[in-house]
Write a protein that binds this ligand. Structure first.
Ligand SMILES: [Zn+2]
Length: 378
């Protein structure tokens, strides 16, 4: 079966004059979704059809939602329950009054390119999409099919998150493998010796850190606002760096007909096989974001991604195969205790990762971020 790729376009909305209607719809919609979730949770319902028959009539009668919005509220509630269950959590999902409104093909309609019509409690309202050039290009790209959307309210501004999907292109046949070692000092090092340094990111982080500490001491409203802004900036900066690195690596693999090989980190928390010195950082969101970007950009470009067993990649000599802890002299330095091969430690690891015989026996990476939550926001 072919993989499906999804992506989300976040577009700012001009809702001029419809704030009250949309806010009222949001309150009713989320109250309904919370009630549906509670019922399904209580009665152990996870099947959308069963849920529909159980809650549909009451949803319409008690919350004043139209037929289509009632269906969307049920969809949101059941989806949230499934996601909570997948994470083995024990609390029934509930939604705030300012939670998002789910729209499907029947409850919203893109009219002209910059107009969208949205279902509300009593009528349809038309809002204007404030599109940038890039968002516009994404929206009209015929390769991507437009799906549902979420209306999101954030600090007084409405955004429409439109989901698009397409079939993944066929993976090109790989003639060779480009190994990639992901780390903290060097964010990524490939088996051809190219390094994407984390120095720049580190510097920026330090800067943000001092600013944060300074602002945290000043406990005023203004300082709090600036703290929030600051946090957003740091995240965006890191995200941008991750986009650039993953783009460059995928392009490199695509033009040279190579597959990408990464360490398989599924279940690292249980196994504890990660290189010790990186254990903390490997759990950080930025590190996983880079992996995620690599995997979906590779899927978009038809570049196969192979996952290799992470054990011993950092302590095995890529020249003679000798494996010993002492080979890894420091974070940066590799020196083989048997043959004397010396190299940058990340490069040595990347070469190990690239070895076809290691990669070939392993399963391919699940390249498609499943569901909305994991799909890239653009
Ligand atoms: Zn050696």
């Amino acid at each position: 079966m072919k993989k499906t790729l999804t992506r989300t376009i976040c577009i700012k909305l001009d809702v001029a004059g419809h704030e009250t209607t949309l806010a009222a719809t949001g309150r009713a919609f989320n109250a309904a979704a919370s009630w549906i979730a509670a019922v399904c949770w209580e009665e152990g319902i996870t099947n959308p059809n069963t849920a529909h028959h159980r809650v549909y009539g009451e949803t319409r009668a008690s919350f004043g939602l139209g037929a289509q919005l009632a269906v969307c509220a049920r969809a949101k509630a059941v989806e949230a329950i499934m996601s909570v269950k997948a994470k083995h959590r024990e609390t029934c999902p509930q939604f705030g009054m300012r939670g998002s409104i789910r729209y499907d093909a029947r409850t919203y309609r893109l009219m002209s390119l910059d107009r969208v019509s949205l279902n509300t409690l009593d009528r349809r309202v038309v809002c204007r999409l404030l599109l940038g050039a890039r968002q516009h290009a994404m929206l009209v790209d015929p390769a991507w099919k437009i799906g549902g959307a979420d209306l999101v309210w954030r600090r007084g501004v409405y955004y429409l998150h439109i989901t698009q999907s397409r079939e993944a292109p066929d993976e090109h046949p790989a003639e060779d493998v480009l190994g990639i070692d992901l780390g903290i000092v060097n964010l990524a090092t490939d088996s051809e010796g190219e390094t994407f340094s984390g120095a720049q990111v580190k510097q920026a982080r330090a800067r943000y850190h001092t600013r944060r500490q300074r602002l945290q001491k000043v406990n005023t409203k203004n300082a709090k606002r600036r703290l929030r802004k600051n946090a957003g900036r740091e995240r965006r900066f890191q995200k941008d760096v991750n986009h650039c690195i993953s783009k460059a690596l995928v392009k490199k693999a695509a033009v040279s007909c190579k597959a990408l090989a990464l360490e398989d980190l599924s279940g690292i928390r249980e196994r504890g096989t990660v290189r010790h010195e990186h254990r903390y950082e490997r759990h950080s969101w930025a590190f996983f974001q880079l992996r995620q970007f690599l995997s979906y950009k590779a899927a978009w470009a038809g570049v196969p991604v192979l996952l290799v067993d992470p054990r011993n990649t950092s302590r095995t000599c890529s020249a003679c195969g000798h494996c010993e802890k002492a080979n890894r002299r420091s974070q940066a330095e590799f020196l083989c205790q048997r043959c004397g091969f010396a190299a940058n430690a990340d490069f040595n690891a990347a070469v190990n990762i690239s070895r076809k015989e290691r990669a070939a026996v392993n399963r391919p990476m699940a390249a498609t971020p499943a569901g909305l939550a994991a799909s890239p926001r653009l």
